[in-house]
Design a protein around this ligand. Structure first.
Ligand SMILES: NC(=O)c1ccc[n+]([C@@H]2O[C@H](COP(=O)([O-])OP(=O)(O)OC[C@H]3O[C@@H](n4cnc5c(N)ncnc54)[C@H](O)[C@@H]3O)[C@@H](O)[C@H]2O)c1
Ligand SMILES: [Zn+2]
Length: 372
């Protein structure tokens, strides 16, 4: 594999930092641009910064300074974003400005300044689908919109068929599913993906969007109550509080280990068949939120039982897991088993400081009637 000069935006964050380590290990030269957002990092720089990478503390919306950061760069991994589905429902301007204008600034610089960038890989998200795909026992494959409020107020959690009203079964979601984001965060991820693919095509910069499913692993910000259910549950459990579970806990997601996410990024960097495409990156397996809470509690060796609060958060979807046929064709294979990955998360988390701020996040939703 040729040595490249690589820029990672958001490279001090959870996923970005693992990516930086792997790129250095593979012999690439790595520059990071990160604004060390306080919500993620608190007031101190993270201890996981790689001494062999160059770090530039900068907000990507600072177009003038960003100009200098793309000098002599061959490829970009664009990971920088504010991440939080619930929080984005009321911090609309912050999310749109940071994620959409941030991406626009990066691409504007590529379009207008002399540079040698040949490839850009953007971190997209499963959230852009909204609800996952479903199959009805009568109508077969159906497109489901977000559940209606009437149903949710009656605490009927499962998805109903929009044609016949029967309860439908969750099936794997492929890239061709209609994109119906149900939060501002999701909308910004969709924009990030589309802006990157479009500008890439226009200027002949090979762009690729990776639609990550739920990523977990060491270095997830444990005290950030707005993102990452594994991190949120970890900080509750560490503080001897029961994980709080919305709905009945049987809603499912697709949990993919950060190592596999990094592998997918490297795979598409080195495979021109991925160029101008968008790919799901998940395990292809659905796991309930309750299972995650129970596994984590057990691994932290605590006896507290998760608390099912039987409440709904506006915008939450019921089920979504990935169909990974497309990226498998490029050679991708998830390698980390959930139990092993969670074990590693806990081995790291046990020595980390964690402040449980989940009640603050929940109160902010309740105050605005965004949960009931
Ligand atoms: N964690 C997941 O489950 C998941 C799932 C799907 C997609 N993603 C996407 O993956 C990417 C990385 O997420 P993560 O979980 O590592 O989050 P993270 O918060 O740990 O990392 C994001 C990093 O970006 C930086 N950043 C934010 N805004 C910036 C700006 N304007 N300028 C410069 N730096 C900025 C932050 O300081 C942070 O270090 C994001 O784009 C996110 O939307 C994450
Ligand atoms: Zn039906």
């Amino acid at each position: 594999m040729p040595t490249r000069r690589i820029l990672v935006t958001g490279g001090a964050g959870f996923i970005g930092s693992h990516l930086v380590d792997k790129l250095i290990e593979e012999g690439h030269r790595v520059r990071v641009v990160d604004n060390f957002d306080k919500q993620v990092h608190g007031n101190t720089k993270p201890s996981h910064l790689n001494p062999e990478a160059e770090y530039i503390e900068l907000d990507i919306r600072n177009r003038d300074k960003l100009k200098r950061c793309i000098k002599n760069i061959d490829a970009i991994f664009h990971q920088a974003a504010v991440v939080g589905v619930g929080q984005s429902t009321y911090q609309i301007e912050r999310y749109i400005d940071n994620n959409i204008r941030g991406t626009a600034a990066l691409l504007d610089v590529l379009a207008n300044e002399k540079n040698s960038v040949k490839k850009i890989i953007v971190a997209s998200s499963m959230s852009i689908y909204g609800e996952g795909s479903y199959s009805c026992p009568k109508c077969v494959k159906v497109e489901c919109k977000i559940r209606n409020l009437e149903q949710l107020k009656k605490r009927i959690w499962e998805m109903k068929c929009p044609n016949c009203g029967r309860i439908v079964k969750s099936v794997a979601t492929g890239e061709s599913k209609q994109l119906t984001p149900t939060s501002i965060y999701a909308l910004t991820k969709l924009q990030q993906e589309q802006i990157t693919l479009l500008v890439g095509k226009t200027y002949g910069i090979a762009a690729v969007a990776l639609r990550y499913f739920n990523v977990y692993g060491p270095r997830q910000a444990l005290s950030n109550p707005y993102t990452g259910v594994c991190a949120i549950f970890s900080s509750r459990i560490k503080c001897n509080r029961e994980p709080l579970i919305y709905e009945d806990g049987l809603q499912t997601r697709d949990f993919i280990n950060v190592k596999d996410i990094v592998a997918a990024n490297l795979l598409v960097l080195n495979n021109s068949k991925a160029d101008y495409g968008y790919f799901n990156v998940g395990t292809g397996e659905a796991v309930s939120i309750l299972t995650i809470a129970q596994l984590l509690t057990k691994l932290y060796k605590k006896t507290i039982a998760p608390k099912i609060i039987n409440k709904y958060r506006i915008g939450d979807i019921r089920h979504c897991y990935s169909d990974i046929t497309a990226i498998k064709k490029l050679g991708f294979k998830p390698t980390v088993k959930l139990e092993d990955g969670l074990k590693e998360l806990v081995a790291w988390g046990i020595n980390e400081e964690a402040r449980d701020l989940s009640l603050v996040a929940n109160r902010e939703l309740a105050k605005r009637r965004l949960r009931f």
